[in-house]
Design a protein around this ligand. Structure first.
Ligand code: FAD
Length: 305
């Protein structure tokens, strides 16, 4: 039987796909990464707010995110290589998870305790004194702007917040993907861009390779689907619909880049705030601006003023 073209074909070269290529190549596997876009990290990765936080609701989610932090804190040592474009960096501005009635902060701190993740619990007074720029009023739950309750004046205060000093954000997620590409290539991985996988070949119940949009084929005994938001399309190319307990679908996610209030040096003194009360999260960004992401609902009041 002919030798396959690679031990593994990897569909997608976003931050996840590039990391998969690096890890497999580090273990001595031959890999070929294929991406429909012209460079690593040009898919959803390039739109990411790149927040590195641990405030998840499952044991494995919190554990994995805490482990992930440690790759970012010593990124050059993890990559074992350089990149002609420079390396992405982690900005450890900290995360403030605002507590709210019905919020998941109780679950989060239980998991932090179980995993030994350092955090502080602030009461309402500490929240006011330590983050004076934050409006401490309870405004939620999030409502649509056409709901009269959207305009009601808040009468209560947030009960407190959970602070993790180690979290933050990665300066440039697209660059981080390029860093991973270069690190993978240093271990022998190959990447082909502007190349779309249009079919997945199978024989005898096993995958045998992929067909590309130029009609050529690549043979491999393993095909890794790291195709991002549209990974379900790749699963359907492999005729795997309905065979997995978890499905995926692409969702739109709203992010705004707004100027910080002039009197506030949010870029250098701000932190990542997870605000389930108003249904948003936000973090500092260069140029003293604020990157605001939607948790799925409209903002009741601007929290910073
Ligand atoms: C607005 C926004 C904000 C976010 N904020 C955060 C955050 O703060 N913190 C956080 O941890 N996560 C955040 N995320 C999520 C994070 O960005 C993603 O989980 C991550 O970037 C996904 O990386 P990926 O490599 O899986 O996917 P992608 O970066 O989308 O890469 C998938 C690649 O697969 C390629 N591909 C797909 N189909 C094919 C095919 N048939 N043939 C060839 N190539 C194909 C695509 O071209 C693409 O380049 C955010 C996401 C968005 C959109």
């Amino acid at each position: 039987m002919a030798e396959p073209d690679a031990d593994a074909v990897i569909i997608g070269a976003g931050v996840i796909g590039a990391a998969v290529a690096f890890e497999l190549a580090s273990r001595g596997r031959t890999t070929l990464s294929l991406d429909a876009l012209p460079a690593a990290g040009y898919g959803s990765t390039s739109n990411s707010c790149a927040i590195v936080r641990f405030t998840y609701s499952t044991f494995s989610g919190v554990a994995m995110s805490w482990e992930g932090l440690h790759y970012w804190t010593d990124w050059p040592a993890y990559l074992e290589t350089t990149d002609e474009r420079g390396l992405a960096s982690l900005v450890q501005c900290g995360t403030l998870l605002l507590e709210r009635p019905g919020g998941h902060h109780g679950k989060v701190v239980t998991l932090f305790d179980a995993l030994g993740i350092p955090y502080d619990r602030w009461d309402a007074d500490q929240l006011r004194t330590r983050m004076p720029a934050l409006d401490p009023r309870l405004m939620g739950p999030p409502k649509r702007v056409d709901d009269d309750a959207f305009w009601a004046e808040p009468s209560q205060s947030l009960p407190g917040a959970v602070w993790t000093a180690d979290s933050g954000y990665v300066s440039d997620p697209q660059l981080a993907s390029h860093n991973l590409q270069r690190a993978a290539e240093a271990k022998g991985a190959r990447f082909r861009f502007s190349t779309k996988v249009v079919a997945i070949e199978r024989s005898g119940g096993r995958v045998t390779g992929v067909t590309l949009d130029d009609g050529s084929t690549v043979s491999a005994p393993v095909v890794v689907n790291v195709a991002g938001p549209h990974s379900a399309v790749v699963n359907s190319l492999a005729r795997l619909e309905g065979t997995m307990r978890i499905g995926t679908r692409a969702l739109r996610h709203e992010v705004h880049h707004v100027a910080a209030p002039a009197a506030l040096d949010f870029e250098h003194t701000g932190c990542h705030v997870s605000d389930g009360d108003t249904g948003v999260y936000f973090r500092p960004e260069v140029g003293n601006s604020i990157l605001v992401g939607s948790g799925g609902s409209r903002v009741r009041h601007p929290r910073l003023g």
